[in-house]
Structures are given as C-alpha cells and as structure tokens.
Write a protein that binds this ligand. Structure first.
Ligand SMILES: *[C@@H]1O[C@H](CO)[C@@H](O)[C@H](O)[C@H]1NC(C)=O
Ligand SMILES: *[C@@H]1O[C@H](CO)[C@@H](O)[C@H](O)[C@H]1NC(C)=O
Length: 527
C-alpha cells in the first residue's frame, strides 16, 4: 500500500505535538476549561460518532447558549449527476428551509444549514426523545447594506438561532433534537435509543470545549459579525473543535443566480482541489480574516485519503480539524484566521473593481415589519404600493380546519361566493413552516378595537402536502391579527442573491489537503 505523503507528514507533526497521544484517542488533559459548559466528544465505544454534552445540570426552559448560531440558506441546489448514485454515502445534514424561514429564498427548494447545535448535536427519531428545541433565527443584514457596503450579500442574514432545553438534564447528558425538521431521514443516534451517559472524567479528558467563542459585531470593516473569546486562552490551546463536512464545488454553482451559492464563503478550500470543507461547530463560521491572525487550523487526526476525484463514493463520515491559538488570547479579544493571499487578493479586487452601490429601490422585509403598523389592503396598494421586492405572508395552518370545513370551502366554487373562515391561534401556529403567502383584502377592528384583517391564503412551494389548499378554492380567512401577517422578500431579491456579491472560499493551507483529493496538472478553478 502506498501511504500518501500527506498522511505521513501529518502523523509526524502529530506525534511531535502530542507525545502521549495515539491516533484514535487524542487526549490532552487540560483541554476542557473548568468553566466550560458545552463540549463535543466522541461517543464512548463508537468509532466515529460524535455528540454534544452538557458539563453542568440544566433546567427545562433555559437556553443552551446565550448566543445563537447562524443559518445559511442553500437555494435551489443542483446536484451533479454522480450524486444520484445511492452508494454515494453523503449525508448533507441540511434542514428543510421552511423550518428556519428560508422558504422564499429560492423558487423550488431551499435547504437550511443550521450551523452549531443543529449539526453538532445528534438528532433522534424517537418521538419525544429530544431534549433541546430551536427558536427561530433573527434576520438582518448586520449593517452591511447594498447601498454602501462591498460586503453586502457576502454573509448570511440569518443569525442568532438559539436553542432551549425541553427537559431537565444532568451533567454529562447528551443533547438530542428531533430529526423531524431535517431533510435527511438518516437517523443518527441509533434509532433513538438513549445511550449511556459518559463519565464527566471521560469528557474532561477527551472532549473539546465548545463555548470558548461568542458572536458580536466584528471590528473588521465590511465583515459583519465576528467571533470573540469567552475566556482567556493559552498559546497552543485548542480554541474549538472544527468538524467539517465535505462539499463539492459543483454543488455550489447556481444556475439561477449567476453567482456561486453563499455557502462557498463559509467553506475551506484550495485551488488544487474540487472538494471543499464546511466547518459547522458553533460560532466558528463567524471568524474573520486578518493577516495577523491569532489562531490556525490543524487536523485532529488526518482524514483518510480514500476520497479522490474519480471515486466519490467512499466518503468518510467524520472529519475533524482543530482551531489552535497561536498566541495567548484574552477574554473579549476578536479571533482572526488568515484566509490566505488568494482570498485577500480576491477581496480587494471585489472591493476595487467589481462592487457597485445599488441604486434601486429596495427595502428588506424586516425593516418594513418594523416600520408599518397597519397593513394595506390589495385595493389600497394600487394607490400606495409596497416596494417591488415585497409581498405579504400569513401564519396559517390549513390542516387545522375540520373535514367538514374543508369540504365547504371546496364546494363553494360559484363565482363571487366566498367562504371565509375565522383565524384561531392554535399550538405551534407561529412555526415558520406555517408561513405562506396571503393577500390582505380587508381591514377590520376586533373586539378590543385593534386592527384585524381578512386575507386570501395562498400556497407556496415546499408546503407539507396536508397544507396545500385545493387549486380553485378561494380560501379567505378573517380576524387575522397584525402579528400573524408579515412582509416577505420575493425569491432572489435578498442580498445573498446580489449579482456582484463577493464569493470566495476561505483558503486552506495546501499542506492540510490530502494529496489524493488534489487534481493533478490543472487548477480546480479558474484564477
Ligand atoms: C439572541 O437571542 C436571544 C434569545 O434567544 C436574545 O436573548 C439575545 O439578545 C439575542 N442576541 C442578539 C444579538 O440578537
Ligand atoms: C493556487 O494557489 C497557489 C498558492 O497556494 C498559488 O501560488 C497559485 O497561483 C494558485 N493558482 C491559481 C490558478 O489560482
């Protein structure tokens, strides 16, 4: 067997830096700081299953972390043909876009990448077996507007998706969420069987701390949000685990938008390979570029080199990098990684030659929601239209109607005869999957004198089958409160779809790429 160069060199470096370590068990005793509350560790007695554990007892209703995670919307993904092959063992770990409010970012399918807890915790198929639940992300462009910022559209506007405990947990318990929202149906956690709780000693010795970082506005101009140190970190200590998922460059080309998918900006890569690595642990994706960095990446254990350009089938499930402090870092300092010269050159070219301030009328939906108290009816909009990029949506669940009610609606197809239903608040109604287009027809006052609305409810792509209103039914709902109506951005109008939004992968040093992943004799991308 030929051992690729990569493997050899990494193993050597490896043993130099951790003399007592073996390849599978990478214990380094002072890895988890005493105050660390959330860790990532290999599940004892498994080869490659990793899980997220709490180091302290938790109470139902409290937050998993004070700060939430970013969500990246992957819009109308197109798969290269070779990925249809069933033996292509490649779990994309994405969520259905309607779970995070991303349903309108594309015209056909939207997949959400819920970074952080949504990817490092295990999901369970066991109904009710979960112990954490997500809230919805906040949406805003992080002060990078298309009118004045070359960074507009280069970062995601979906952020601060927080999680809370739906059960009391003991120290050492594993975090589990329901797999329901996920796109893939691959159960990750042994069909929902609860696993034995590892000892705190095992976690102290083997885990990686996952709360060394927190998000805040970056000090780097045009960068949006950034990552900061939660506590003092020693030189050479591990700032965080960086599990990575494989993404192929071909998956990130977007035919509809003439620009690569936003996800590219969050991937690590090098021009010598078509494979990219997407890091997904909490807050890692917010670390910005600076050419005087305070962290660098290294492999935790070298990835097996069995992936190459011609044989895409043997994908290894778990790959882990580590983020290491290259100097002492103080609590509250921003974390910087060097993205490399190519990235930097590409950015300055974008800043200088490509980016132009937008001169069209555009108001993001979240700004309109803050500004507009009283919704206009369709009639009023003829005189006073909303900005072009907007339409209105309502929280409404068609499946809440009884069989009888649905039949009434479908039988009243006579012209001008409208059956209307009264809006009711039911459990879970404000889940984002119940958010769908609606046209405001009438404004009225409810009993307490507040405005309420009558609206026609419409369908959209991606709705669950039970939510689709039959084609020729004019489904009108009355007494809708303002809170249940919101503005939405039309597909492809938000910043991430800007034609000239910056796109470039983060530079991964060439020596971190297994040689078998490289393309021989030619660069993977055009310079
Ligand atoms: C994030 O969400 C939490 C609630 O889940 C909130 O307390 C916090 O202020 C939010 N942070 C930001 C930056 O919006
Ligand atoms: C690829 O990256 C290397 C540096 O890692 C650089 O020297 C080379 O010019 C790049 N090639 C292309 C085609 O961009």
């Amino acid at each position: 067997m030929v051992v690729p160069n990569f493997l050899v060199s990494t193993i050597i470096v490896w043993f130099l830096s951790f003399p007592v370590a073996t390849l599978c068990d990478i214990s380094s005793s002072s890895r988890v700081p005493d105050e660390c509350q959330l860790v990532y560790a290999r599940v004892p007695d498994t080869d490659d299953q990793w899980a997220t554990y709490t180091m302290i007892p938790r109470k139902t209703g409290t937050n998993v972390r004070k700060h939430g995670d970013i969500v990246i919307q992957w819009t109308d993904p197109e798969f290269p043909n070779y990925m249809d092959d069933e033996s292509y063992n490649y779990d994309r770990l994405t969520w259905n876009g309607q779970e995070t409010g991303g349903q309108y970012e594309g015209k056909f399918v939207v997949e959400s990448i819920v970074t952080g807890i949504g990817m490092v915790a295990q999901s369970t198929t066991n109904n009710g077996g979960h112990n954490v639940l997500p809230l919805v992300p906040r949406v805003d462009e992080g002060s990078l507007t298309r009118f004045d910022s070359p960074g507009a559209g280069a970062t995601t506007s979906y952020h601060n998706l927080t999680w809370w405990f739906s059960k009391d947990l003991e120290a050492g318990d594993e975090l589990l969420y329901s797999h329901e929202g996920k796109k893939t149906t691959i159960p990750q956690s042994g069909n929902g069987n609860v696993r034995k709780r590892p000892s705190l000693e095992y976690l102290k010795e083997n885990a990686y701390c996952m709360d060394n970082l927190f998000p805040r506005k970056s000090r780097v101009k045009e960068a949006g949000r950034g990552a900061y140190a939660t506590r003092d970190l020693l030189k050479d200590s591990i700032v965080g685990p960086v599990p990575v998922a494989l993404v192929h460059r071909d998956e990130l080309r977007s035919k509809t938008n003439h620009n690569d998918q936003l996800l590219l900006n969050y991937c690590l890569g090098h021009n010598s390979s078509n494979w990219l690595l997407f890091p997904y642990s909490p807050i890692i994706n917010l670390i910005n570029h600076y050419n005087v960095p305070n962290v660098e990446l290294q492999w935790s254990a070298p990835p097996s080199s069995n992936i190459n350009q011609n044989d895409n089938k043997k994908i290894q499930p778990m790959m882990l990098l580590e983020l290491v402090a290259t100097r002492p870092i103080q609590k509250g300092e921003e974390i910087y990684l060097n993205y490399g010269k190519e990235w930097e050159d590409a950015w300055w070219k974008h800043d200088r030659d490509i980016w132009k301030p937008s001169n069209t009328h555009y108001t993001p939906s979240y700004v309109m929601d803050d500004a507009i108290r009283m919704m206009r009816t369709e009639q009023e909009q003829k005189e006073h239209p909303y900005p072009d990029n907007l339409f209105t949506s309502c929280f409404y669940r068609y499946s809440d109607r009884s069989e009888d009610e649905r039949a009434t609606g479908q039988n009243s197809k006579k012209k001008d005869s409208i059956t209307s239903f009264r809006w009711h608040l039911t459990k879970g109604l404000y889940d984002l999957k119940n958010f769908r287009p609606c046209q405001v027809l009438k404004r009225m006052e409810d009993n307490s004198g507040r405005s309420a609305y009558a609206a026609r409810i419409l369908n959209r792509p991606g709705l669950d089958i039970t939510e689709i209103i039959p084609k020729d039914e004019l489904h009108v709902v009355t007494h809708i409160p303002r809170a249940a109506i919101q503005f939405s951005d039309k597909a492809y109008t938000t910043d991430q779809h800007l034609k000239y939004a910056f796109r470039h992968e983060i530079g991964l040093p060439e020596d971190l790429i297994p040689s078998s992943w490289k393309i021989k004799d030619q660069p993977a991308i055009d310079a």
